[in-house]
Design a protein around this ligand. Structure first.
Ligand code: GRF
Length: 203
């Protein structure tokens, strides 16, 4: 397995930590990039000795300029794979097109239910008994690309957004490194919306 990974994160970075701690994935993480200078994820990267970078959207004239700069930044650093670990920006066509089938996102619901930034709150208000975590490949639409792995998480009667999100994150921390290992190992074969998970590395 080779391939330099960039992890993009805006927040606490618990998923980043799970990726850093994975013995197969962690050593490939070459860059942690955030859109927020104060993101605790950057401290986790620093503690692991991984290069960090901040690209603040406010510093760019338009979304397109930000997208183009991000794509160029990743390409200049020889990044092969991009993992979105709580990155709260929508990627534009330069990044999505430049890294087609090489970007994974983790989402705190069983897609296609509850896409968007408030998935845990939305699932609770809908009254579902089961929600969960999804890892999917990223395409041009938000929380939409082909699904790689999912894990259900039951909703308890006394759950609030925080307690439910914590339990979903435990599932995320299992699923995301597992899916990243598959991507790195060339084991994901995409056919339209379907992702076939190969047992052995092709070739
Ligand atoms: C995760 O729950 C992820 O599903 C969502 O944002 C959260 C990020 O958490 N997209 P963390 O920064 O990895 O702790």
């Amino acid at each position: 397995m080779d391939g330099r990974i960039a992890v993009l994160a805006s927040g606490a970075g618990s998923n980043l930590q799970a990726l850093l701690d994975d013995p197969e994935v962690g050593p490939h993480i070459a860059l942690v990039l955030s859109d927020r200078r104060e993101a605790p994820a950057l401290d986790r990267a620093g503690a692991a000795g991984v290069e960090t970078a901040v690209l603040e959207p406010g510093a760019f004239a338009s979304r397109e300029d930000f997208d183009r700069a991000l794509a160029a930044f990743l390409e200049e650093r020889g990044i092969a794979f991009v993992l979105l670990a709580g990155f709260m920006r929508i990627l534009g066509p330069h990044v999505v097109g430049g890294f087609a089938e090489r970007i994974l996102n983790v989402h705190p619901a069983l897609l296609p239910a509850f896409p968007g930034a408030h998935a845990v709150r939305d699932a609770l208000s809908w009254g579902v008994r089961v929600t969960g975590a999804t890892v999917h490949l990223v395409d041009g639409d938000v929380d939409h690309g082909p699904i790689v792995l999912q894990e259900p998480v039951p909703v308890h009667p006394d759950d609030d957004e925080l307690s439910l999100h914590r339990r979903i994150q435990e599932a995320e921390h299992r699923l995301f490194p597992e899916a990243a290992r598959m991507l790195l190992g060339g084991r994901l074969k995409v056919e339209g919306r379907l992702v076939h998970i190969l047992k052995d590395v092709p070739g």
